[in-house]
Design a protein. Structure first.
Length: 197
């Protein structure tokens, strides 16, 4: 039973077997009510959290609080890889537009192609009208740049301004680990995306 619990924790990203063992032993030392509360929180999270039908951010309603906020600039859409990137950009308090969460980046090595991501829903969103600028805010990695270029080609001819965040973030770094000042400046100093990498 102990080994099964350790195995389940070890499936979490960044958790090795030693850390998993420490977590399981910690839970064993807790009151039964504390462990049940932890378990209930995880079950509730899985059953009640949904994805926003507009931007694919996590939400407990059909439309997330960002998309539903009338004070946000709906003419600007910031394309990000995942929900952690939305949180990182929101923490800068520099961006007042909306988001589009792709759910990953194109990575043939990992078996992730364009159809595995929320790219078509972004294209449809732009074609519906009202969007004047799309900001590419993917991590400056080979996969991020490949995804930027693919979306650039899909949105070519729509007349929408396509920009990319300034490269104050080092090439190869993950967006979620950038400090808030650098990330904020990158959003403020974004440049036009020309398709050149």
């Amino acid at each position: 039973m102990l080994e099964r619990a350790v195995g389940e924790f070890a499936k979490l990203p960044g958790i090795g077997r030693k850390t998993a063992m420490r977590l399981v032993l910690h839970l064993l030392r807790q009151d039964t009510s504390a462990v049940e509360s932890f378990s209930n929180a995880m079950t509730t999270l899985k059953h009640e959290v949904k994805y926003c039908k507009i931007c694919h951010n996590i939400s407990d309603t059909d439309v997330c609080r960002i998309c539903a906020n009338p004070s946000r600039d709906a003419s600007i859409v910031c394309v990000v890889e995942n929900i952690r990137d939305v949180m990182a950009i929101e923490n800068t308090q520099q961006y007042k537009g909306l988001y589009h969460v792709l759910g990953g980046v194109i990575s043939p090595m990992d078996g992730i192609g364009p159809s595995d991501l929320e790219i078509e829903s972004l294209v449809e969103r732009v074609k519906e009208g009202g969007v004047k600028e799309v900001i590419f805010a993917l991590s400056p990695t080979m996969e991020g740049d490949t995804t930027n270029f693919y979306i650039f080609r899909k949105l070519g001819g729509t007349g929408v301004k396509l920009s990319v965040i300034a490269r104050g973030i080092s090439v190869g770094d993950e967006l979620e680990y950038a400090d808030e000042v650098t990330l904020g400046r990158s959003i403020q100093n974004r440049t036009l995306f020309t398709g050149n990498m």
